[in-house]
Design a protein around this ligand. Structure first.
Ligand code: FES
Length: 166
């Protein structure tokens, strides 16, 4: 019997479920990649190759789609994705000091966006569509308006506390 690492079995099992849901149909590549990204928070390289083989298209085509859409990430992301809006409304209401406070707290910078423990990824985005609440921070699906550096740090501390007791 060939040896498969225990950690790899659930990994491919999930992908197989997603592929089955879309009948291994190459015309459904975007929703397939979306579902995979929802599951892993990014598109692991070996999984993209696996998908290519399963839907019978060249791996380069899968990479092409994954790199074309800014929405897809080829880099691992943290469990909590912190999006700081730096659109016009948020910028004029001082979004940058919030970003600086978050990065300093998590020891991140423009290049290093994810903490080594894979808990947080910090990104900037342009207009989250909630300008009335500016400045806005979104953590995963939760929108937090009228942010200040202090409030943002309190949110991070809440998450850290919650995670450390789990
Ligand atoms: S500019 Fe930040 S939500 Fe629109």
């Amino acid at each position: 019997m060939s040896k498969v690492k225990n950690t790899e079995i659930p990994k491919f099992k999930k992908v197989c479920e997603i592929l089955a849901r879309y009948n291994n149909d190459s015309s459904k590549l975007i929703p397939i990649l979306q579902a995979v990204q929802d599951e892993y928070r990014y598109l692991p390289e070996e999984i993209m190759t696996f998908i290519a083989t399963s839907v019978k298209i060249p791996p380069a085509s899968v990479y092409g789609v994954a790199t074309f859409y800014a929405h897809f990430s080829l880099e691992p992301k943290g469990k909590y994705i912190v999006k700081l809006c730096d659109g016009t409304a948020c910028h004029v209401k001082n979004s940058i000091p919030i970003l600086e406070a978050i990065r300093e707290n998590l020891n991140l910078n423009e290049k290093t966006k994810t903490t080594p423990d894979m808990l947080f990824t910090v990104e900037t985005v342009s207009c989250l569509g909630a300008c009335g609440l500016a400045p806005v921070v979104v953590i995963n699906d939760d929108v937090h308006g009228q942010m200040t550096p202090e409030k943002a740090l309190a949110l991070l501390e809440d998450i850290k506390r919650k995670e450390s007791v789990q």
